[in-house]
Design a binder for this molecule. Structure first.
Ligand code: FNR
Length: 360
């Protein structure tokens, strides 16, 4: 591509060229048939917009407040593993880009830079994503460190009692991550003849017995707000509220865990209704355009998170690539709001979108 990338899809092409196949496949791939992975994107495409005209859109305000923090737009950075596979500066570069864009970054538990390195590299509002390991004290230690180093919330990922079968990683024999946060804390032998030893690593470490009552355990070790990431049904949304969580992320892990789980945008509304405004509802999976962000907001999300687009930006151009990706999505959202007659985020209503069913 001779010219500068003009959208997220072009960043994806650049990332594909920049990365070794094993790493590109790891970032890009999904579980098994990759039905959910593809449908996350396709489901957004099936939603069309109902623009309103002759509204004064000479000033557009995309800013919003989430968990008490004012951010420039409702587009957050999702937790994704191992940013140093994309760029030597890894999560530090991503965090600096988040700060430059005035948005929130969720740091992955399986990051290649430590909590301390990321905290000292910028003043972005950072949340910490948690996996609960069988060795609970290891997870507890990371929660304490995140709290000490100024992370503002814990995002507990609940869709990984077992690791999804990502067949590209199995074929490529994708290796287990170097999780610098865990140095000195965890000793684990990974010796897998079964393809991806990443999978073997996760299955040995992750606590598959985690259940709702463990939110109490998490509450007992931190005073930070707790969000749960990986909710896809109204039943679980209600359970999360009963458990006292401070926020919900509607997510299918970017189609990397349970294949044939529904595309997130198709279940957002049922979760939003169940939550009834008690806590913020966020959504991720398949957001590639500002119009996607607009659709998610119209269906009741407070904000979206983006996973792969950030990795594409990082692989293609480091920190400035991540910044460009976020700024592109913001510009696209701004244009969508203007052309739909919505000067402020609160003007974006359910009536601005038409889902597939309504067209039939
Ligand atoms: C992820 N995701 C993820 N989630 C999480 O809670 N902890 C993690 O460490 C990771 N790691 C991870 C690695 C890679 C390479 C990807 C692509 C995704 C899931 C992530 O937070 C988010 O749910 C999805 O990425 C959202 O979908 P999109 O934006 O990638 O389509």
């Amino acid at each position: 591509m001779a010219s500068e990338p003009v959208n997220v899809n072009e960043f994806q092409e650049l990332a594909k060229k920049a990365l070794p196949k094993m790493y590109y496949d790891f970032y890009n791939g999904g579980a098994e048939d990759q039905y959910t992975l593809k449908q996350n994107i396709e489901a957004f495409r099936r939603i069309t917009l109902r623009p309103r005209v002759l509204v004064d859109v000479s000033r557009i305000d995309m800013s919003t407040t989430l968990l008490g923090y004012k951010i420039s737009a409702p587009i957050l950075i999702a937790p994704t593993a191992m940013h140093q596979l994309a760029h030597p500066e890894g999560e530090k570069a991503t965090a600096r880009a988040a700060a430059a864009c005035n948005t929130i970054m969720v740091l992955s538990f399986t990051s290649t830079c430590t909590i301390e390195e990321v905290a000292s590299s910028c003043n972005a509002v950072r949340l910490f994503q948690l996996y609960v390991y069988k060795q609970r004290d290891v997870s507890a230690e990371l929660v304490k460190r995140a709290e000490r180093y100024g992370f503002k919330a814990i995002v507990l990922t609940v869709d990984t009692p077992k690791f999804g079968r990502r067949e590209a990683d199995v074929k490529n024999k994708m290796i287990a991550p170097i999780i610098k946060n865990l140095e000195g804390l965890l000793k684990i032998e990974v010796d897998s003849d079964d393809g991806s030893n990443l999978e073997a690593y996760a299955n040995r470490t992750n606590d598959a017995s985690l259940c709702w009552k463990d939110i109490e355990w998490l509450r007992s070790i931190t005073s930070l707000p707790i969000l749960v990431k990986g909710i896809l049904t109204h039943e679980d949304a209600r359970k999360a509220i009963e458990a006292g969580v401070n926020g919900i992320v509607v997510s299918n892990h970017g189609g990397r865990q349970l294949d044939y789980a529904p595309p997130t945008i198709s279940v957002l509304e049922e979760v939003v209704h169940a939550v009834g405004g008690k806590v913020p509802v966020l959504v991720d999976g398949g957001v590639r355009r500002g119009t996607d962000v607009f659709k998610a907001l119209a269906l009741g999300a407070q904000a979206v998170l983006v996973g792969r687009p950030v990795l594409y930006g990082l692989a293609a151009m480091g920190e400035s690539g991540v910044r460009t990706v976020i700024e592109m999505l913001k510009k696209e959202l701004e244009l969508t709001m203007a052309l739909s007659g919505c000067p402020n985020l609160r003007d974006i209503k359910r009536s601005h979108v038409m889902t597939h069913h309504e067209r039939l």
